[in-house]
Design a protein around this ligand. Sequence first.
Ligand SMILES: [Zn+2]
Length: 77
Amino acid sequence: MIKPLTCPVCNKSLPPQVTQNSGVFPFCSARCKNVDLFRWSDGKYAIVEDLAQRPDILQEILENDLFSQSDEEEDSY
Ligand SMILES: [Zn+2]
C-alpha cells in the first residue's frame, strides 16, 4: 500500500519526475525543499513535521520504491 505522495510544503502531488533519487524528494521541487530547510533553520513550525516525526513512514515509502533493495535496516518491527 503506497499512499499518494504529496509535497509536505505545498501539499501538491509530487510530479512523476520526482523520486527519492531526484535530490528534492520528498518535496515537489527544489523550491519547496528550500522552503522547508528555511523553516527548520529559522526555528519555526514546519508543515513537514508529519513526515519528520514519522521516519517509519518515510522509510516505508523509500523501501516500497526501491524495488529490490534488501539491505535496509529493519529494527522497528
Ligand atoms: Zn511543493
